[in-house]
Design a protein around this ligand. Structure first.
Ligand SMILES: Cc1cc2nc3c(=O)[nH]c(=O)nc-3n(C[C@H](O)[C@H](O)[C@H](O)COP(=O)(O)O)c2cc1C
Length: 363
């Protein structure tokens, strides 16, 4: 469990650091702890359920293929779904063709979205074969041209999310960050791994520090392997980044943003009660079912392995969550989980046991 004592002494200096807010372009964000996009997971229902727990500064949609967005595909409509409470929000787009990205950004501005994020970090073959995602890290001139064209085409803040480079021999992120800043990018999120690493190994904080050192003033958002308050503080302390994006850590501990907020306010870190844990499980599912009906059962299955250990769900019930087919079945599982909360034998999340190198294989 996190407690103020798990942070290093130097980290604790951040506790009194004012302010918690951060400006990206003209946007004032209420906290420096962001939700990193996780395709297939960070849909509106999850964002809403997490926001209700408090402490989140900015969320970003799953990546949306620019031409699909422009064609108004059903999938992109689901990914773009938002509401007044789902704020602040950026929409992440990707694609290999500058015209698609420019038009997609203009469309988003017309629709009233407040921020556009360009994905240059995705390691997936299907994204990279179209010249998008991390492939752009190999072609700096082109990457800068694309980003500059998008920045010029819209007045809302344009941000970029990238990795450290394609591989250890090509750590292009510092140079790219400097160039992106020159063409008007408002902030950059850096996942401290290379494309070649996928999700293997540990996040390279020194690599992120070099990106922070390379820019003049735009915020750099550090990302990778943050699972606790102490990890987030360490990321800020070692790299000097102005904000931290948490991806998988938010599913392993949905209260991480609230705890970070408590930490910075000098308040004790309060762990959720068993009732709050079960309430979160229900709330996320309920929000998903409101939008997707019974199909929510299928969409929710993959959360079981992330939530099970944290929410005190016995292994056998977690397994039933992974196979559930109806909303009524979900309710039965929740009733049992409430009655048997804490019976679970292991605190290690199944998602990490089954996919020791992260769920890279799934996306
Ligand atoms: C299942 C999954 C889906 C992801 N989808 C996206 C995505 O849509 N866009 C993106 O920029 N990064 C995506 N990422 C990368 C994360 O945003 C993040 O950079 C990475 O997981 C490291 O941070 P973490 O250790 O906090 O999860 C994804 C990662 C995972 C595991």
């Amino acid at each position: 469990m996190d407690s103020p004592t798990t942070a290093t002494t130097a980290s604790l200096a951040l506790a009194t650091e004012p302010p918690l807010t951060l400006k990206i372009g003209e946007r004032l964000l209420p906290s420096r702890y962001f939700l990193a996009p996780l395709a297939g997971y960070t849909h509106l229902p999850l964002r809403t359920a997490l926001r209700e727990l408090g402490g989140m500064g900015l969320a970003t949609t799953d990546l949306i293929l620019a031409p699909q967005l422009l064609a108004g595909s059903r999938k992109s409509a689901h990914l773009l779904a938002t509401n007044a409470q789902d704020n602040p929000l950026s929409v992440q787009i990707f694609g290999g063709q500058v015209e698609h990205l420019v038009r997609a950004a203009q469309y988003l501005e017309d629709q009233g979205f407040a921020g556009v994020d360009i994905n240059m970090g995705c390691p997936m073959g299907k994204v990279n074969s179209q010249g998008g995602g991390a492939r752009l890290l190999c072609d700096c001139d082109r990457a800068v041209q694309i980003v500059a064209a998008v920045v010029e085409a819209v007045s809302l803040p344009v941000t970029v999310k990238m990795r450290l480079g394609w591989d250890e021999e090509n750590l292009t992120a510092p140079q790219l960050a400097r160039d992106f800043e020159q063409v008007g990018v408002a902030a950059i999120t850096v996942h401290g791994r290379t494309r070649q690493q996928g999700f293997h190994g540990r996040v390279n904080l020194e690599g992120i520090r070099q990106v922070v050192a390379a820019v003049e003033e735009i915020p750099i958002v550090g990302n990778g392997d943050v699972r606790s308050v102490a990890d987030a503080l360490r990321m800020r302390e070692v790299t000097g980044c102005q904000a931290v994006a948490v991806g998988r850590g938010a599913m392993l501990d949905p209260w991480i943003f609230r705890k970070l907020d408590q930490h910075h306010r000098g308040a004790p870190l309060v762990d959720p009660t068993p009732d709050e844990q079960i309430a979160f499980l229900r709330r996320h599912f309920e929000l998903l079912a409101e939008r997707r009906g019974n199909y929510a059962c299928v969409l929710f299955r993959k959360f079981a392995g992330w939530y099970g250990a944290r929410l005190g769900i016995p292994e056998e019930l977690e397994d039933r969550l992974r196979r559930m087919e109806t909303i009524a079945e979900f309710e039965q599982i929740v009733a049992e989980a409430r009655a048997r909360h804490g019976e679970r034998r292991t605190s290690m999340p199944t998602a990490l046991v089954k996919t020791p190198n992260g769920p890279n294989a799934h996306w």
